[in-house]
Design a protein around this ligand. Sequence first.
Ligand code: NAG
Ligand code: NAG
Ligand code: NAG
Length: 404
Amino acid sequence: MAMARVHAKRSRHHGLLVVVVLSAILLLPVAAATAAAVAVAEGEGDNRSSLGATGNEEGKMVSGAEPGGGGLVVEDEFAGGFGSLDSMLQWAIGNSDPEKLKENAADVQKLSTDELLKRRMEIKELMEKLKMPSDADLMKIAIADLNNSSISLEDRQRALQELLVLVEPIDNANDLDKVGGLVAVIKDLNNENEEIRTTSAWVLGKASQNNAFVQNQILGYGALARLVKMGYATSTEEVAKALYAISALIRDNVNGQDAFCSEDGNAMLQYILVSNNIDIRLQKKAVFLVTDLADFQLNSGKSGLPFLSDRLFLKSLVAMLSRFDLDLQEKVLLAIKSLLKLPSTDAADFESCNLDSVLYRLGVQLEELASEEQKEYAGEVDDLRREVQMLFQSKLREGTRTAL
Ligand SMILES: *[C@@H]1O[C@H](CO)[C@@H](O)[C@H](O)[C@H]1NC(C)=O
Ligand SMILES: *[C@@H]1O[C@H](CO)[C@@H](O)[C@H](O)[C@H]1NC(C)=O
Ligand SMILES: *[C@@H]1O[C@H](CO)[C@@H](O)[C@H](O)[C@H]1NC(C)=O
């Protein structure tokens, strides 16, 4: 009966259960662990005597590993489990008390490799006994929630957060579209709640990272247009996740980069680069994206992305070198270094931005203003500055030679 209820209910708060089950299994012989875990799963975890009934100190260890009557929460919230050890551990790590984890880890370290291996097998068997739903099942449950327009915002956010973890393994990401996941998440990019939009962008970024198949699926749904618009949002977190998703979508992907241009993504980047009142971390992300795109062109020999050699765009970048932030200055220097190497950029354009004198002033500033603790870092940035200066000079000479 309990199992039926378990399967009928939504998957919530797996983390606590996982910690309980893991603690139990790692510390107990399999029979007792099974009994304890089943007891927890069946909602009897609140009955201390059922654990104590093993009558030996191992019973106490379970109580010790899971103090404070957590069984009650587990009873109500338990709705399944995990198809793979990896996803189970991911949940456990993402959802548990770090102190408790540390304690448990210390206990685990006392076990030999053989014992650990045996425990692993036991966990596997136990999970099969408990008929843990697979990641695919969990994804379906989360997506069904996203599909349901009458669900609360809180549940929607939770469903997205579950997907965030579930899409990390590449096989899961590849399956997302089959169950309507991409459409559902893309739809939530337009949710009126900022947090929902932000998490949706995050999920899309996670799912498409280093995955051309999913990149192209998401691009096919036209999500990039919406993500570019999100780049103008007022919430730093929303812009950060939009930039993250855009970077993941167009990285090493010519289709994505073309779409980025046709959606005026460059205007959005430029907006971030020149804004004075924007969080500097967003500017760093934008600069990093520029470097990534330039490096892709360099390494692939593909052209495209005309904005990378646009004079006004280069000017916004060069102007950022006058900001007093070493980390930003380093990132901008790296971007300019890559851009100088691109055949499509014109040395004369950098010259018209006064790159020479900006680099000179930066050198003076790095020497004079760096505080004691930043001396070493400032030295590294200065080396990079020299490198950029040399690249610029040699590009200028080549430009002159071509012109003659
Ligand atoms: C607790 O477990 C004991 C022993 O199994 C049982 O006799 C008792 O009825 C249980 N109490 C509750 C509240 O379930
Ligand atoms: C979500 O809705 C879409 C579109 O109506 C549908 O194709 C998909 O199967 C649904 N997915 C789930 C898991 O309910
Ligand atoms: C949609 O969510 C509401 C509120 O949680 C729930 O009552 C309803 O059963 C759900 N509908 C479906 C089709 O799951």
